[in-house]
Write a protein that binds this ligand. Sequence first.
Ligand SMILES: CC(C)(COP(=O)(O)OP(=O)(O)OC[C@H]1O[C@@H](n2cnc3c(N)ncnc32)[C@H](O)[C@@H]1OP(=O)(O)O)[C@@H](O)C(=O)NCCC(=O)NCCS
Length: 294
Amino acid sequence: MTADDFRRLALALPEAVEGSHVGHADFRVKTKIFAGLNAEETLGNLKLEPGRQAALVALRPGVFTPHNGAWGRQGWTRIDLASAEPAEVREALWVSWRLVAPPKLAALHPEGGPRLRLASPAEIDLILDLDDDACGVYAGLDMDVLLSHDHPFVHAERARWLAGAAAGRLWLCEVDDAPAPVGFVACDHVDARPYLDQISVRRAHMQRGLGAHMLRHAQAWAQAAGELWLTTYADIPWNAPFYARHGFVRVPEAECGPELHAILESQRACLPAPGQRVAMRWTPGRGRRGAAPR
Ligand SMILES: CC(C)(COP(=O)(O)OP(=O)(O)OC[C@H]1O[C@@H](n2cnc3c(N)ncnc32)[C@H](O)[C@@H]1OP(=O)(O)O)[C@@H](O)C(=O)NCCC(=O)NCCS
């Protein structure tokens, strides 16, 4: 793998940002460094529990090497990027992230829990398929929100999600009990403000908290900008009421920007129940409220 592959995997972790110190790139969660690159960007650096470090060093000699002295004893480990496999590095980065992240944040991403990773534009068909499957849930309400793949609305969606994947703001959700991703969250900017474009979970995996997990990720993505917008259905249990429980508030249309207006209009032109489409906004500090009565 290359240094850019390592960077991409590190930055896919929750709330990860790139920083630098003494000429080296590093990757931080809440200001704490969980990984880095050497100055030449040939070696990755991360932290493992000592037992896992010893096992990886024994299993993959020359790929994983402990740092010298106290740093190495604390678990800091070098990875020879040219000979490392992306899957083992992704797993090691998760371990390091969990060791370094504040306990409250780490608890939201337990080992064996859902994992988010950036999507690649080459995965656009998988993303469209996931969305078709997820939107089948509306059939239970006798609402058909599925449009043909030739419809201009779907073409526009495809173009936005391709751009989102290329720009690093579309994530896929993986779980241990499925061989392929089971959900995705696509973020964007509308009226120059962070916007949650779509969040979808395969029907077979709904109502296990994956939607909430991805929603929190989108909120973390938007945190620094101070707000996150979306459009949704007002009265559908997994739409506005779900978002309201995660701190979103309905916004009167007079307060929406021109691009958001245009989105609402394009949705009303081809989705069922057009009068039910509403805009919502979240601002940091508004977290999850009580669970819904089921
Ligand atoms: C919205 C969506 C992503 C939620 O995914 P999920 O993994 O089921 O999400 P969670 O398990 O975190 O929570 C789902 C919430 O919706 C409610 N919900 C979900 N499906 C429901 C159903 N069929 N009937 C009633 N309530 C339902 C649950 O009460 C739950 O709320 P709570 O945890 O606050 O009690 C998923 O339903 C989906 O993909 N829907 C189709 C696409 C869509 O509508 N996306 C949103 C576009 S605005």
